[in-house]
Design a protein around this ligand. Structure first.
Ligand code: AMP
Ligand code: MG
Length: 287
């Protein structure tokens, strides 16, 4: 078998899915589960899958334009430097930008703070036919908020069930939710932060606060574990994506997205006009 024929041995929907008993502790962030190839194989295969992804996305978009109500929501979480932005650029970059609805969630603004934490999330939900991408999400409200005690423990403690119920409503309304946690090791994070300092073209990405957040690594990992334990549901499971190798993380997320779209049995919408009559009208204009 030639290198370019490399495919998944086992699909990421299986290998990366967070099931009961999953532990963050001991997770190998540098692994490439289910993919037998190297970076070159990964990049070539990703291009291949990108074409599929692009076609499926167009069908989803067409469905939305033709009265369909379905949409897809990709939720990206991960520590600083885990590669969330790269997923947006390299994975969503393979599809038509008009079909993508991208939102990044930072520290809530004064207006956002005056509302329920799901308010800003709800406003950013993808409309019919769109692929929504969240760079950070409502999960920050049980991650950074928990680590830094930004609200009382009983308040964030009640959010897991609330988030599950909220996601279930979105699913019932026709949104497929794909939740990806990009798992970077502390060693690789340090390398990436150092690289940002070494390269003037990356200084804009460097935030001195990231080093302070890094000091809370263990608390963050506990908070991620709680998210996995409580919010990896049957209808909206979490996927833990090893992200020390960016090429693998991108390939895996592409595959999860493509698989989800394939599973939606998308078709091209039928014309709501008489195709033959329109052809006849055009033919008449040639005469
Ligand atoms: P970045 O993604 O690098 O632009 O950083 C965004 C920052 O916003 C991160 O430090 C997040 O932890 C922070 N953030 C996002 N959502 C919340 C939230 N709900 N409460 C507090 N901080 C948040
Ligand atoms: Mg940052």
């Amino acid at each position: 078998m030639g290198k370019k024929d490399r495919r998944w041995d086992k699909p990421p929907t299986e290998t990366l899915r967070v099931r009961e008993g999953f532990t963050v502790d001991g997770f190998d962030c540098a692994s490439t589960p289910g993919f037998p190839g190297d970076e070159d194989d990964g990049e070539r295969f990703m291009e291949d899958r990108g074409e599929t992804l692009s076609d499926l996305q167009e069908q989803l978009f067409a469905e939305g334009r033709s009265g369909g109500t379905r949409s897809v929501l990709l939720v990206l979480q991960g520590m600083d430097t885990s590669g969330k932005g790269g997923i947006v650029r390299h994975v969503l970059g393979m599809v038509d930008p008009q079909g993508v609805q991208h939102t990044s969630f930072g520290v809530p603004t004064a207006e956002e703070r005056s509302h329920h934490y799901l308010w800003r999330i709800e406003r950013a939900l993808p409309s019919a036919g769109k692929i929504g991408v969240f760079d950070r999400s409502h999960y920050e409200d049980v991650l950074v908020v928990r680590v830094h005690n930004l609200v009382a423990a009983d308040v964030w403690g009640a959010r897991y069930d609330e988030i599950n119920a909220w996601e279930q409503r979105r699913i019932d309304e026709g949104t497929r939710i794909i939740k990806c946690a990009l798992m970077v090791s502390p060693e690789r994070q340090l390398e990436r932060l150092a690289e940002r300092l070494d390269r003037p073209d990356k200084h804009w990405k460097y935030n001195p606060g990231d080093l302070d957040e890094r000091a809370h690594w263990d608390a963050y990992m506990q908070a991620y574990q709680a998210v996995f334990d409580r919010c990896s549901t049957e209808s909206a499971p979490w996927y833990a994506i090893p992200a020390d190798n960016k090429w693998f993380a991108r390939l895996a997320v592409s595959e999860l997205l493509a698989t989800t779209l394939e599973d939606m049995n998308l078709t091209w919408p039928a014309a709501d006009f008489d195709v033959d009559a329109e052809k006849a009208r055009i033919a008449a204009l040639h005469d």
